[in-house]
Design a binder for this molecule. Structure first.
Ligand SMILES: N[C@@H](CCC(=O)N[C@@H](CS)C(=O)NCC(=O)O)C(=O)O
Length: 217
């Protein structure tokens, strides 16, 4: 039997960082296998020795591709961009490219890590919701202001970019933590527009191999 050469995505259905990568894979038409890592079950499968050997940060996603394993969703997306450049997820124009990276970092570095599972555990059950809401709200205030000058149909102009791959999963987290989106009309509008695209739908948490039956749609 020949060994599969398909990329393997270590992913959790509900992980916003995994969803970013799933969207990139879908947009670029890359066939891959999903290896589910359940962040809750057995105390968290991300802590297993086997997974730590793949990603010492004990976080999803990780992507095995072309003989290497890459952790960190933005590094994965940039690798896919450099090796499979179409459709483009980073604009050609350096200024727009910087804007895409700024928005991606704002979400991936300035919002998501503050409301990640390991932080919420430390914050404690009774404070989790308020903590997550505060982290998301303060990031979304900045993001809304930025998007008002950078957005066209999507986060930066009219082409889907890495920034959009970060936006939609973060809005899903906001909804999960019951953040009122009314003060962020641009975020809300772009999110709705993106959710209508096939790549965002097939990669959605409600449609993954590890999505529990009761959350499937
Ligand atoms: N900067 C990393 C963050 C990865 C991350 O935070 N992943 C979360 C799921 S979205 C995770 O695995 N959390 C496990 C934990 O907190 O124990 C990336 O962009 O990939």
């Amino acid at each position: 039997m020949t060994e599969s050469t398909k990329p393997i995505l270590y992913s959790y259905f509900r992980s916003s960082c995994s969803w970013r990568v799933r969207i990139a894979l879908a947009l670029k038409g890359i066939d891959y296998e999903t290896m589910p890592i359940n962040l809750i079950k057995d105390g968290g499968q991300q802590f297993s020795k086997e997974f730590q050997a793949l990603n010492p940060m004990k976080q999803v996603p990780a992507l095995k591709i072309d003989g290497i394993t890459i952790g960190q969703s933005l590094a994965i997306i940039e690798y896919l961009e450099e090796t499979r450049p179409t459709p483009r997820l980073l604009p050609q124009d350096p200024k727009k490219r910087a804007t895409v990276r700024m928005i991606s970092d704002l979400i991936a570095g300035g919002i998501q890590p503050l409301q990640n599972l390991s932080i919420l555990k430390q914050v404690g059950q009774e404070n989790q919701l308020t903590w997550a809401q505060n982290a998301i709200t303060s990031g979304f205030k900045a993001l809304e202001q930025i998007l008002q000058s950078t957005a066209g149909k999507y986060c930066v102009g009219d082409e889907v970019s890495m920034a959009d791959l970060c936006l939609v999963p973060q809005v899903a987290n906001a909804e999960r933590y019951k953040v009122d989106l009314t003060p962020y009309p641009t975020i809300n509008r772009i999110n709705k527009t993106l959710l209508a695209l096939e790549a965002f739908q097939v990669s959605h948490p409600c449609r993954q191999p590890d999505t529990p039956a009761e959350l499937r749609a």
